[in-house]
Design a protein around this ligand. Sequence first.
Ligand code: GTP
Ligand code: MG
Length: 296
Amino acid sequence: MRSGFVGIIGRPNVGKSTLLNSIIGEKVAITSSKAQTTRNAIRGIYNEEGLQIVFIDTPGIHKPKNALGKYLTDTAISTLKQVDVILLIVDEKLSGGPGDKYILDLLKQVKNTPEILVINKIDKIAPDEYLEIYNEYDAEGVFDHIVGTSALNDQNTDVVIDMIKPYINEGPQYFPPDLYTDNPMKFLVSEIIREKALMYLNDEVPHGIAVEIERYIEKDNVTEIDATIYCEKKSHKGIIIGAGGRKLKGIGKAARLEIEPLVGTKIFLQLWVKVKENWRESDIMVSNFGYKKDND
Ligand SMILES: Nc1nc2c(ncn2[C@@H]2O[C@H](COP(=O)(O)OP(=O)(O)OP(=O)(O)O)[C@@H](O)[C@H]2O)c(=O)[nH]1
Ligand SMILES: [Mg+2]
């Protein structure tokens, strides 16, 4: 048996979670067009006969503006030390910004761990633009391999797996071979609700959203779920609920349609919206929402 861990890191919104889902072939992590979607280290398990690779998707590394942002970036950075292979994901934009430089400096400090650069969203660029990005990163002398992907179209993500395989050494089978994530169902449900809320919301509201499952009761043919969507301002609450409650209903319906096949029963989903003023600024509130280190 060979097994190992692979960390997926990069700036927000480059497609890390989309790549994880494409590699695993299941929706493990939620994705959205808004930056800072992922908030926890999310494990997706790739299984093959005699081989198990645990991929760890991480929050986008950015310059933190609040307690939540600090937690997100810390989570991503701490993953670097725990893995056998590091994937740095970048997208089609040419770098040069301080965010990228910061991440490259972090990678240069990591010794003895193979590092693979994934240039994602190649569906959006021409070959010569790809080459420019390739050369820019290649010149850093950090990466063992560089590969272009379109995670959204499942293009070349199998090549990423093939590049990783030679670095996976003998090891235990960490999880049963039919498991593709070890995240509990309740967590997946709360994430799906958050994803649908992100989908329906614009501007400054999404970043201040958190979802808490208040009640989760499994009956024979139905699962009853009560969840609260938290936001940071009273005005945001109104936006989430929408005129005549229509937006909240839409969020609930979209979430239910995705949760039902996952849970395998009918879902009775009730959503509430509550305000927790500026919760992202407070270490305590951030950790109360479950954004805390495993050993805290
Ligand atoms: N065109 C295109 N869009 C992509 C591709 N991969 C991801 N996206 C889109 O990019 C956006 C961000 O994707 P995510 O997977 O949520 O990005 P992330 O890096 O996990 O973002 P954070 O969790 O916020 O750090 C979504 O709208 C995706 O649909 C791709 O290969 N091509
Ligand atoms: Mg993500």
